[in-house]
Design a protein around this ligand. Structure first.
Ligand SMILES: [Zn+2]
Length: 549
């Protein structure tokens, strides 16, 4: 291993990169004896980095960088381990999921019995009549979707709601229906569905806008203290997987406050790009706020709108029906006119547009809106995003290239959600999570989990994108495979680009924020089929270790 890395370094470490201030001031910390893969084309490999005041100040060979150390410089031996820049999860729901981890029953079990058992245990400790809440449930990972009757048994005397980990559908029991005033004859709200079985009975499955009927009944307004607690918890959880920055894709003003409060209290151990919910747009514009305000810890991002539903819950709006669901194409969640109206208002006020669109027809709708807005209000560096951007075709990718749109696809889906792929089929999968198409077109796709929709696990993302193989060994759309190097770039520097922060993070280079991870094995020398098993040993954010295994 040592001789290999030495060869690498002799090739890659042409010269030492450093900041001039090092001449007068020794660094706070030097990490040495590592295989440092910088994701910086100027100097792709190094053995050592020097860090001062939370930023990299020198990158080079052990000999060169250690030479800058003074008496007070701490030295850390990487023991030949691999270092990468910290990963950026460009689209997740950190505060919401942190709050769920604090308040709800995690239902990510493979059997109905386990789901029911966990809910029952919580119900027994809950005052009669109060809600029992579950999350992280996935109906395609249990024998069958959990039924209303099973949830009746799990939570006798309690209204019960179990949210799907995708965030768009939920499963409720009879008491929950009663509390919401929903009966077998209640008609579906627009953009939502109360599912009935063949004989007209409510199954308990409720989708998209219909979920709101229940959500609004649940006294779940967390206190600011609980929100701060949620931020602290999820930041630690994400650090433990190598995430150093995250995009919160549905930030409310209260959430923005919670991130700032957590940061002020010294409890925020990852950087957050706050993509604001469209409902807050007027208020934000009125206060003179636009994309980019903030600092490297908490920054105001773009504005979030929804064009359609989700992939994992089969509500994405597709041009061809879902397989095995005749004539069912999914749901639109916003009209073209609404996307345009809000989008134009935001763009005019200096905002980046971040629109959720999974299905090809929804993506087409968003691109039409972006094209119109960008034509009406020209901007030099638009970087509007399509969140998820799952099912594409050549003309959509071409249009994205013309409009400089950033796709923010799910990174771990093929590996983690293989059992859902049959709804889409092998032909359609050749155009889904289309990393190869995006990169070949010169676009800069990011990595993302959409947690709770799928795990925030960069090594799993790499395996999924490099192999296009699910846990059972089925391969889906292998034409979209990318290389490990490309996958790492998507998860680091491209994530920084998507938040206009490529000058301060996303690679290991002098002057950039000292965000990095230390891995137990080198992804570039790992067989593709075991990338997901590479252990994370340490995570550093701003020059401080925030996770140690
Ligand atoms: Zn999301």
């Amino acid at each position: 291993m040592a001789s290999f890395s030495r060869r690498d370094f002799l090739r890659g470490v042409g010269s030492l990169a450093f900041l001039p201030l090092l001449r007068s001031q020794p660094p706070d910390l030097v990490l040495y004896n590592g295989i440092i893969r910088t994701v910086d084309s100027v100097q792709p490999f190094a053995q050592a980095v020097a860090i001062s005041a939370g930023r990299f100040v020198a990158i080079g060979s052990d000999h060169e960088v250690l030479g800058y150390g003074g008496v007070a410089t701490r030295k850390f031996d990487l023991s030949g381990k691999t270092v990468l820049p910290g990963f950026i999860d460009a689209h997740a729901h950190p505060l919401a999921s942190g709050g769920q981890h604090l308040r709800m029953v995690a239902c990510d079990f493979p059997t109905i019995a386990q789901v029911v058992g966990a809910l029952k245990a919580r119900a027994e400790k809950t005052t009669t009549g109060e809600w029992v809440l579950g999350f992280l449930y996935d109906d395609s990972k249990t024998e069958h979707p959990v039924t209303r009757e099973e949830l009746d048994a799990a939570g006798e005397g309690h209204p019960v709601i179990v949210y799907h980990r995708g965030g768009h559908i939920a499963f409720v029991n009879s008491l929950a229906f009663r509390a919401a005033g929903v009966s077998e004859t209640t008609s579906d709200p627009e953009g939502g569905r109360f599912e009935h079985d063949a004989s007209g009975h409510l199954t308990g499955r409720v989708a998209d806008k219909a979920v709101e009927r229940f959500r609004q009944l649940i006294p779940s307004q967390p206190t600011p203290g609980q929100d701060r607690e949620a931020v602290k918890l999820i930041a630690k959880m994400m650090n433990a997987k190598g995430i150093t920055s995250v995009g919160d894709a549905t930030t409310s003003p209260a959430d923005l406050h919670a991130y700032q409060a957590a940061h002020a209290a010294g409890e925020l151990s990852m950087r957050v790009y706050c993509i604001m919910v469209v409902e807050a747009l007027e208020q934000m514009i009125g206060a003179g706020i636009q994309t980019g305000l903030g600092d490297e810890w908490v920054r105001v991002g773009g504005v979030k709108q929804f064009a359609d539903g989700s992939i994992s819950e089969r509500t994405a709006r597709l041009s061809q029906p879902y397989i095995g669901m005749a004539d069912y194409y999914g749901l639109f969640l916003s009209s073209e006119e609404d996307l345009y109206k809000n989008g134009r208002k935001a763009y005019e006020a200096g905002w980046q547009l971040c629109t959720h669109a999974n299905g090809d027809v929804a993506i087409e709708r968003v691109l039409k809106v972006y094209e119109r807005i960008q034509r009406e209000i020209p901007r030099k560096d638009p970087r509007n995003r399509i969140e998820h951007c799952t099912l594409v075709n050549d003309s959509l990718v071409q249009k994205m290239r013309e409009l400089h749109v950033i796709p923010v696809p799910f990174s771990g889906y093929v590996y983690y959600h293989g059992e859902k792929m049959h709804f889409y089929g092998p032909d359609r999968l050749q155009h889904m999570f289309a990393m190869r198409s995006f990169l070949d077109a010169g676009l800069r796709p990011t990595d993302s989990s959409d947690y709770t929709a799928s795990p925030f696990d960069p090594m799993m993302w790499l395996q999924s994108q490099v192999t296009r193989t699910d846990k059972q060994g089925n391969r889906w759309g292998i034409n979209q495979r990318i290389t490990v190097e490309e996958a790492i770039q998507c998860g680091t520097i491209n994530g920084a680009y998507a938040s206009y922060e490529e000058d301060i993070k996303g690679s290991i280079a002098p002057g950039k924020l000292a965000d990095l991870i230390v891995l137990g094995r080198d992804p570039l020398r790992e067989p593709p089929s075991s990338l997901a098993s590479i252990p994370l040993e340490r995570t550093m954010v701003g020059g401080k270790w925030v996770y140690e295994s």
